[in-house]
Design a protein around this ligand. Structure first.
Ligand SMILES: Nc1nc2c(ncn2[C@@H]2O[C@H](COP(=O)(O)OP(=O)(O)OP(=O)(O)O)[C@@H](O)[C@H]2O)c(=O)[nH]1
Ligand SMILES: [Mg+2]
Ligand SMILES: [Zn+2]
Length: 328
């Protein structure tokens, strides 16, 4: 009889094409995928109408990698800190975005598996926050049924953004927690740490907002590379973090740092569900005169437009809703 060895399950902390770093009982094992798992997981997502299975090209596998950071896997220890992944254990959650493969259809890209907190990161200034992008991240978190914590960093630059407090009030009123911090001065950092304790969090945000700096401030021992301060630079240009990686926090929990993502589309969200993914709109969404067929645009008796008029839903959030709706 095969007895389960508790040592042979672990969590994927890092991956480079074809190789996965699995952490199990404090050891890092360099794993590859078993050929069985490749077949099981890659074929079902190939075009179901195609009569013959075709072997996927490397660049496609890169986009549709069946394993995500945060996945719990079962593996065979091959000795010498190497192993073979045989099974992906069921996920508690997944944060996804669409990955268009040129000349192909769009695939689901699971950014992180088993996270329990999504942290959209924006800077007070440098770069100027784009709140429409925050709405996109929040909808993605809601669709994954994960709570979000909005983190605003570079608080030491507060004098550069007079509108900040008014803007943040919109999100607080919508029910989202907001934590302002500065990685530079340490302000707000203890409060942030207590919000992260014992959670599996994922930082998302554009390149240059200060995600990695935040992680270094949370856990100084990490010493991760951040963008050099450049003379006259606007924080644009190249990414400093180039791949996803998960880090264990010494006070409990783990955090995934992501490279700034230029494109962040919505994955698997239906037009009818969208209003329910804006928590402050959800309670009004069922109340329109035309019911589910209401597009919440110019229809008479629209409960969502009324909520905007009554000041219960901010015009900014409503505008984001309409913009995202246009994409679906
Ligand atoms: N003034 C100030 N600058 C900061 C702060 N945090 C980060 N920065 C600067 O912002 C720049 C970008 O920081 P990173 O931490 O590399 O940004 P990132 O979000 O990880 O960027 P990518 O890895 O490219 O996605 C660096 O020049 C940092 O020194 C802060 O709290 N205050
Ligand atoms: Mg970074
Ligand atoms: Zn309506």
């Amino acid at each position: 009889m095969h007895t389960e060895n508790p040592d042979d399950t672990g969590v994927v902390f890092r991956k480079t094409l074809g190789h996965y770093t699995v952490r199990a009982n404090g050891r890092d094992i360099d794993c590859v995928l078993s050929s069985l798992i490749r077949k099981q997981l890659i074929y079902p997502i190939a075009d179901p109408t195609s009569l013959r299975h075709r072997v996927m090209e490397v660049r496609e596998i890169e986009h549709v990698d069946p394993i995500a950071i945060g996945d719990r896997v079962r593996f065979t220890d091959a000795g010498g800190e190497r192993g073979v992944i045989n099974e992906i254990l069921p996920r508690n959650s997944k944060l996804s975005r669409p990955a268009p493969v040129p000349g192909q259809r769009v695939f689901e890209q699971v950014i992180v598996a088993n996270a329990d907190l999504v942290i959209p990161v924006f800077a007070v200034a440098e770069p100027t926050p784009k709140w429409g992008l925050l709405d996109r991240y929040l909808v993605t978190a809601e669709a994954a049924d994960l709570p979000a914590l909005i983190v605003i960093t570079k608080l030491d630059l507060a004098w550069k953004n007079k509108a900040l407090e008014t803007d943040l009030e919109i999100y607080r009123r919508a029910g989202y927690p907001v934590q302002t911090v500065s990685a530079k001065t340490g302000e707000g950092m203890e409060a942030l740490k207590s919000l992260l304790q014992d959670k599996n969090s994922v930082l998302i945000g554009k390149s240059g907002v200060g995600k990695t700096s935040l992680l270094n401030a949370i856990q100084p021992g990490l010493g991760l590379r951040v963008k050099e301060v450049s003379q006259g630079g606007q924080g644009k240009g190249r990414h400093t973090t180039t791949h996803l990686e998960m880090f264990e926090l010494e006070f409990g929990g783990a955090i995934v740092d992501t490279p700034g993502m230029r494109e962040f589309g919505l994955w698997n969200i239906s037009i009818d569900d969208l209003a329910y993914l804006f928590p402050e709109m959800a309670e009004h969404a069922g109340g329109c005169k035309f019911g589910l067929s209401c597009r919440h645009d110019r229809e008479p008796g629209c409960a969502i437009r009324k909520a905007v008029m009554d000041g219960l839903v901010s015009p900014h959030r409503y505008k984001s809703y309409m913009n995202l709706r246009g994409e679906l």
